[in-house]
Design a protein around this ligand. Sequence first.
Ligand code: CAO
Length: 416
Amino acid sequence: MSKSLEGVRVLDMTHVQSGPTCTQILAWFGADVIKVERPGVGDATRGQLRDIPDVDSLYFTMLNHNKRSVTLNPKSPKGNRIFTRLIEECDIMVENFAPGALDRMGFSWEKIQEINPRMIYASVKGFGPGPYEDCKVYENVAQCTGGSASTTGMVDGPPLVTAAQIGDSGTGIHLVAGILAALHHRTHSGRGQRVTCAMQDAVLNLCRVKLRDQQRLAKGPLKEYPQYPNGKFGEAVPRAGNASGGGQPGWIVKCKDWETDPDSYIYIITQAAAFAGLAKAMGREEWLDESHQWSTPEGRLPHLDQVFAEIEKWTMTKNKFEVMEILNPLNVPCGPILSMKELAGEPSLRATGTVVEVDHPERGKFLSIGNPIKLSESPSDVRRSPLLGEHTEEILKGVVGLSDEEIEEARAEGAV
Ligand code: CAO
């Protein structure tokens, strides 16, 4: 079966996480992704958080699957000419350097358009136009400035960052959507365009339910938040612990052996339509009696802490999987807290290719995450990340069209 982006060539000027996430998805869909790396150095993450000396780190290998690597310094005279040829030969260019880095290399958007008017030029930056546009930004800065940290954490605790890399990987995924839209637009306009996504904007987009709540707060207390009815609301949306972000109350409750197993917990949503089933399963039919204050969703709202405390007494008698087995058939949405260890060994995730074992010539076998987006006609396979400059010669000959002699000259100049 052919791949959905077969025939599309990507000039990948990305590093660290946000940009590589984007180009990895394009590569999984079958695009020929040519990762340009500084000669002798490469993407800084090759050497970061290493678990095996002198071997590309898991950080790098898990973010750069299915790509080819060419070493090239576009700042050198010969490198500049090779880079110009690559711009001519590619459909999409992606970068996430600090603001202005590509311009300083001599490749502004105007110049890129001049070289290849069909080029789609996509960038991740920390911030959009405004007071912070020149700032360098990493994941947690984006989480803090995009509304996530302010709204994450327990009620009386400090702001918290989340482990999900919503600033880096989240922005990379947003960028993919922009690139594919521009690629579609090019099929009838014949022209490329500039695609930008700021990490602050992507995080804020992912936190849009909290901007919803900010506006609801102006009309009165947020009744599904743990601060209701006894705590205080300030002027901004507060942190809400593990309360559900939607219209159905939810919370994390302990399960059997929680004292020794840090992941023996389950999230339970007391969806109105399934509350009767939940109460019956727990042997608490009295809650359904019309005279009981918890018999209606409105009646339960001011007492959610007590409701979940009662539910927890029941869940603590069972393990998280037993709770799920009882509640799922009753349409009570619930999810056990699965550890990374459990996820790594989960057979269904292996079967769908979401967790895959990959072989690497230097590190051997390791686990990675495959493409979570499944296409029926063009499924993804996961290939190992390239070694630094592994495809330099192949690309200089096959894509740029250099002779052996020209490659030697470029090498002598330090351009590749
Ligand atoms: N050959 C020669 N030079 C190269 C090169 C190559 N192949 N590739 C990159 N460089 C140079 C650039 O030209 C630039 O040099 P100048 O600053 O002298 O112009 C430099 O390497 C890259 O600089 P940088 O400022 O991007 O790198 P950094 O490690 O200092 O900062 C980061 C990293 C991530 C903070 C910054 O790139 C950034 O803010 N990016 C945008 C936001 C972003 O994506 N953040 C997410 C980071 S995690 O995914």
